[in-house]
Ligand binder design. Structure first.
Ligand code: ATP
Length: 421
């Protein structure tokens, strides 16, 4: 692949490529030859990431016949960076990711017991990816529910707020004692509500952070013809945080940009979507029983974690689901599963999560026709009951004959299918 530039003592940025630019209004301008950095990732990353590049290249080539071309630039992070004697997240990598605006990565592990922040958290904070977006749809793979074609939902998880701010005081520490004293003495909280042996985690939730996230989700729903937007939270219990989140989301619907487009009552017409509030526990249950009710779900950070994993399970697990971390123009796409060290290096890994993340990235670039080719090809290959061992064994359990492919063979099948579409 002549458009892939592997790390070679440093990141190699080709002359032929151009950087995507970030405009003052936070939109992006994409050249025909964008430079897209990629991190192969740890564990199964070196097996699945090249398959994504292969498939995305095939789709771009098929659709644009050379008039558009991605220039892929490898940047190091995680194990591969450490092997070269660098930090696990080298500053060179962070700088190039930022300069390039849009990028993609495989899974990164956090070594146990070494301390420090997870690499994913470092990335999230450096470009302020405040929305984590996970579209969950069915492509024909074995699934644990009947009629999985009913699942087509995009989960918008707020990514910069909530209990993830790590403001925590462990039971028995000076911090917990001070917090307890403050609440009891200054705020009139009863002693029994925070017993002496309690730890405390703080859950902040901000109007600014909520509204920027909600605006992103509303725009996505309107651009993609999604009609029903559930705003999920436990506002009945946590009024100051999740309750406020639900109310702020409704206030965004009144903003000039969304007036008459995001409606609160009645059936949404052409160019409209309707919002409604749901309580998280009820929606989790309904998501299993009646997934067809849900188009877009907007939620907070912790609820979003639960909801997106449950939604992924409906179509067979995170191995089949892409994800994007999006901020003000900056975007990083990634596989949703972990490093799967137990199967690394064996050619068993399912590359679909990162391949579909690549398709999601093409949509973000505005190259939707090319992303459609990927969706069609993946569906075609799976419909022939071909796939990596996880897919093939799932089909066999359902009583079908299936062809087991290695990670590379599966990538090849999808890329070849694209060429023949
Ligand atoms: P991490 O610590 O990086 O989150 P993990 O092993 O805890 O990793 P996953 O990597 O998501 O979590 O793996 C959970 C299980 O799912 C493992 O048995 C793994 O082999 C399997 N798995 C995960 N991703 C894939 C994949 N892409 N293809 C096949 N199996 C996978």
């Amino acid at each position: 692949m002549d458009n892939v530039f592997w790390w070679n003592g440093k990141a190699v940025v080709p002359q032929e490529g151009s950087f995507i630019t970030l405009n003052p209004d936070k939109t992006i301008t994409v050249p025909d030859s964008p430079i897209i950095p990629f991190v192969v990732g740890d564990g199964i990353g070196p097996e699945i990431t090249p398959e994504m590049i292969k498939v995305v290249n095939a789709a771009v080539e098929k659709q644009y016949k050379g008039s558009k071309k991605i220039y892929w630039v490898e940047v190091l992070a995680g194990d591969k960076a450490e092997e070269k004697g660098l930090d696990r997240m080298p500053s060179e990598t962070l700088e190039l990711l930022k300069q390039s605006v849009v990028s993609i990565k495989g899974p990164l592990g956090t070594p146990v017991g070494k301390g420090g922040k997870s690499l994913n958290a470092v990335l999230r904070q450096s470009m302020d990816f405040y929305s984590a977006i996970r579209p969950v749809y069915y492509m024909g793979q074995p699934s644990p529910i009947p009629n999985p074609e009913r699942v087509d939902v995009t989960v918008f998880r707020e990514n910069s707020d909530d209990v993830y701010m790590a403001i925590e005081y462990m039971a028995g520490t000076e911090g917990a004692r001070k917090v307890r004293e403050f609440f009891i003495k200054e705020m009139g909280v009863s002693e029994g509500a925070i017993p002496e042996d309690a730890g405390v985690t703080v859950k902040p939730m901000s109007e600014f952070k909520t509204k920027r996230h909600v605006r992103k989700a509303f725009r996505y729903a309107l651009e993609n013809g999604k009609k029903h937007i559930a705003i999920a939270g436990k506002g009945n219990i946590m009024k100051a945080t999740e309750g406020a989140f639900l109310n702020w989301a409704f206030e965004v619907a009144d903003e000039e940009e969304f007036k008459r487009k995001i409606i609160k009552e009645g059936e949404p017409g052409e160019g409209q979507a309707r919002i409604y509030k749901v309580i998280t526990d009820q929606m989790l249950m309904q998501l299993v029983l009646k997934p067809e009710y849900y188009d877009v779900i907007i939620t907070q950070n912790l609820n979003g974690d639960y909801i997106s994993d449950l939604a992924s399970a409906l179509v067979g697990g995170p191995g089949f689901v892409p994800s994007g971390n999006i901020g003000d123009g900056y975007a990083l796409f990634e596989s949703t599963h972990g490093t799967a060290n137990d199967i690394a290096g064996k050619g068993l890994a399912n590359p679909l999560s990162i391949i579909l993340s690549g398709a999601m990235m093409l949509e973000y670039l505005g190259w939707k026709e090319a992303s459609q080719l990927i969706y069609t090809a993946v569906k075609d290959v799976i419909s022939q009951k071909k796939g990596t061992p996880d897919i093939a064994s799932g089909f066999r359990k359902q009583g079908f004959d299936a062809t087991e492919l290695s990670t590379t063979q599966f990538g090849d099948e999808i890329a070849n299918r694209i060429k023949n579409l």
